[in-house]
Write a protein that binds this ligand. Structure first.
Ligand SMILES: Cc1cc2nc3c(=O)[nH]c(=O)nc-3n(C[C@H](O)[C@H](O)[C@H](O)COP(=O)(O)OP(=O)(O)OC[C@H]3O[C@@H](n4cnc5c(N)ncnc54)[C@H](O)[C@@H]3O)c2cc1C
Length: 250
């Protein structure tokens, strides 16, 4: 039984993937489609659009509660990955999906010829910028650190573009707008600035989807703890995104 909110997860929201063995280049949605095609060949019982709300160990079994059903299982594989971290600034809730978005692959085409801001400086922010460079009029990268941390290969392409400004040492203060985003207020080098933009792409990292795992030991940021033999504290087999920070590559 496979229970999932969607098929493809973050891969379906990625732009260009250049490190998947067997493909020199493949887009995220295309790779996700191939995963789905492969998985469906095995005739699993797939419960799509269903969210696990609680996972508890009970009487040598697991009770998996979802927003639609309850299931008992002898073994559970947790592969719930991560979701976007929010900015936590004024205007974010108000303008969510009204110009402020968290997925460039899904939403970049809506900002054709607009000026946009990408928040972040890592691989996700650079991936979003590369997609937006082809669509938007102008892209501001607003990066809290004093240099970009994303891959060199992406940095090189971005730094060559005349359509992108990289604003390091910059922090978002507020999202402004009317019915829709029309500006972003930032603090750069301790001075406030307002940039006129119609779109804001938040790419400041991910947090684990682990709220449903009741009673498991977790790190401060919510990753489920496993021991140094990669064995979890409870007998739940954990896939890479749910391991401790030191065991992950992203
Ligand atoms: C923009 C972007 C670009 C990337 N580019 C690359 C790249 O080029 N190369 C690379 O190697 N990696 C890349 N990554 C990272 C890669 O996509 C992830 O490492 C990978 O998708 C993790 O897979 P996962 O299955 O562990 O988790 P996820 O992809 O996060 O999937 C988790 C799944 O679980 C579901 N789920 C979560 N909670 C619940 C719940 N309570 N109930 C039911 N279902 C639930 C979700 O809906 C989702 O389908 C990128 C990521 C992003 C966001």
């Amino acid at each position: 039984l496979v229970v999932t909110k969607d098929i493809g997860g973050q891969a379906a929201r990625s732009g260009d993937i250049q490190n998947y063995t067997g493909y020199q280049f493949i887009s995220g949605p295309e790779l996700a489609e191939k995963f789905e095609e492969h998985m469906r060949k095995f005739n699993f019982n797939i419960r799509e659009n269903e969210e696990v709300t609680k996972l508890v160990a009970k009487q040598n079994n697991f009770l998996v509660k979802t927003d639609k059903n309850s299931y008992w299982a002898k073994t559970v594989i947790v592969a719930s990955g991560k979701k976007s971290r929010e900015l936590g600034v004024s205007g974010e809730k108000e303008f969510k999906n009204k110009g402020l978005v968290y997925c460039a692959t899904c939403d970049a085409p809506l900002f054709s010829e607009d000026d946009v801001a990408v928040i972040g400086g890592g691989n996700s922010a650079l991936d979003a910028t590369l997609q937006l460079m082809k669509i938007a009029n102008y892209v501001y990268i607003i990066n809290i650190a004093d240099y970009l941390t994303g891959d060199e290969i992406m940095q090189k392409k971005i730094k060559k573009s005349k359509k992108v400004s990289i604003l390091n040492n910059s922090q978002v203060i507020e999202i402004l707008g009317d019915n829709f985003v029309n500006a972003i207020k930032i603090e750069k080098d301790k001075k406030e600035e307002t940039l006129a933009v119609q779109g804001i792409f938040v790419e400041i990292g991910l947090i684990p989807n682990s709220n449903f795992a009741v009673g498991l030991n977790k790190t401060k940021s919510g990753e489920i703890k496993v021991n140094n033999k990669m064995k979890p504290i409870f007998p739940v087999y954990l896939l890479p995104e749910m391991l401790l920070m030191s065991l992950k590559n992203r």
